[in-house]
Design a protein around this ligand. Sequence first.
Ligand SMILES: Cc1cc2nc3c(=O)[nH]c(=O)nc-3n(C[C@H](O)[C@H](O)[C@H](O)COP(=O)(O)OP(=O)(O)OC[C@H]3O[C@@H](n4cnc5c(N)ncnc54)[C@H](O)[C@@H]3O)c2cc1C
Length: 443
Amino acid sequence: MATQSAQEINVQSPVDYRNLDAPIYSWDAIPKCQLGMTGSEATLPEHIAEFQKILRDFAINVARPIGIKLDRMTPEEVIAKDSHYWEFRKKYLELGVTVEALGEMEPQEAALLFSILFEELGYGDAGLAISVGAGILPQWLCAKFGRKDLLEEFPDEVLGCWGITEPDHGSDMLDPSRSVVYPGSSYGRPNLVADLTGDDIILHGQKSAWVSNGVIADVCIIYCAADSGDGPSASDGCALVFPMNLPGISRGKPLDKLGQRALNQGEIFFDNVRIPRKYLLAGPEDYQRAVYCIHAEANALMGATFTGLSQAALDLAIDYAHERVAGGVPIIQHQSVRSRLFHMYRKVEVSRSITRRGLNFNNDPQQGTPSLCTAMFSKTTGTQNAFEVTSDALQIFGGNGLTKEYPLEKMLRDARASLIEDGCNEVLALKGGSYLIDNDKLS
Ligand SMILES: Cc1cc2nc3c(=O)[nH]c(=O)nc-3n(C[C@H](O)[C@H](O)[C@H](O)COP(=O)(O)OP(=O)(O)OC[C@H]3O[C@@H](n4cnc5c(N)ncnc54)[C@H](O)[C@@H]3O)c2cc1C
C-alpha cells in the first residue's frame, strides 16, 4: 500500500505524552475520509452494529427496489392485493423489530435502535419508512402510555395509521394549545367530534385525505375534538386507539401525490361509530399533554427517516462523482463538486447527530416528559437537510439526475413532501419557538 510521510501530508509530529511507544497517529494510513456506515458515529455496541448491517441490507435489497416500483404505480395499484407493497410489509415483519422487544430494552438503548431503524428504512425508501412508522404508531403509543391491554389486542402485525388532520384543520390540529394561532382568529368547526357523554364514545365526521396508511390500516390512533356535554371543543379533545373494522367506518380513495408515493394515504369517514371506552387513550383533561407527547415521538421518527434518505443520496452522489467523467477527469476532481459533497456530508452528520442526541435526551430516565422542542429540532433539521442534500445530489448527477433511470428525482420528491408532513416546518418553528418563552423573564 502506498504510504505518505508526515511531511507530505503536512501534519506536525504528534506527541503522545502518555505513551511514547504507542503513538496515537499512524503515518502509514493515507489520509482520507474513513467514516463508518453512519458517518462519524463512534463504534456502536456489537449487537446494534450487527442489526444495523441487517437493516442496511434490507434497505438496499428490499425497500429501495420495491419503493422504486411502487413510485411508478397508481395509488390504487400500490395497495392492490398483489402489490409489492405487501411483499415489503411481510419481509419487514420478518425482521422481528417489535414494539414489545424495544420496550424490553433500556430506554436509551431502545432510542438508539429506534433511530437506526428509521435511518435505515429511510435509506431504502422514505415512503415505505413512513408507512412502517405510521403502521406502528398506535402500538408504540399504547406502550408509551402504559396500555398493555391495547398492546395485546393490537400486536405489531396489525397495520396502524394516525388520524390527526381534517379537511378544514391542518396545521392547527398540531397546535391544540393554540400557541401559534393568528391573534383574534377562531378555530371554526371541527370535522370530527367524539361525543363523550354516553357509556360508549360516538365518533362522527371525518379525517383528511392525508392519513398515512389510511385506506389500508387495521388499527388507528386518532385525536379529535371532544364533546363532554358543552359542545365540541378542539382544545379539550381526546385521543383514541381502536380497530378499523367497527361498524360505520369507511375509507376514501387512495391519494395521488408528488412524493413518497409508496406511502398510501386517504380519508377516513365515521358515521356515528360506537367506540367502547377501553379504547380511550387520553381524555380532555390529558389531551394537550397527549398530543404533545405523541408529536415528540413522531417528529423524532421523521428526523431519523430523513437522515437516512439524505445519507442514501449522499452515498449515491459520492459514487457517481467517482464514475462520471467530464472535462477529462472524474467529476470529483472538480473542486466545486468536492465542496458540494463536503457540505452535503456536513448536513447529513448534523441531521443524524441532532436526531440521535434528541432521542437520547427524550429517553433519559432522569427526564420526565419528553421535550417536543427537541424532537422539532430533529424534524425540521432532518427534513430541510434532506431536501437540500437530495437537490445537491441531483445536481451532481447533472441531466441524468432528472431522469427516471436514476433514483435522484424520486428522492428529491420524497424529501420535498417531508417539509409539509407531520407539521409544516415553518409552523413547527413557530410552535417550537413558543416553548422558548420564559414567562418569568417577561414579568
Ligand atoms: C407525506 C405526508 C404524510 C402525512 N401524514 C399524515 C398522517 O399520517 N396523518 C394526518 O392526519 N395527516 C398527515 N399529513 C398531513 C400533514 O400533517 C399536514 O399536511 C400538515 O400539518 C399541514 O397541514 P395542511 O396541509 O392542511 O396545510 P395548512 O395548515 O393549510 O397550511 C398551508 C400553508 O399555510 C401555512 N400556515 C398555516 N398555519 C400557519 C400559521 N399558524 N402560521 C404560519 N403559517 C401557517 C403553512 O406553513 C403552509 O405553508 C401528512 C402530510 C404529508 C405531506
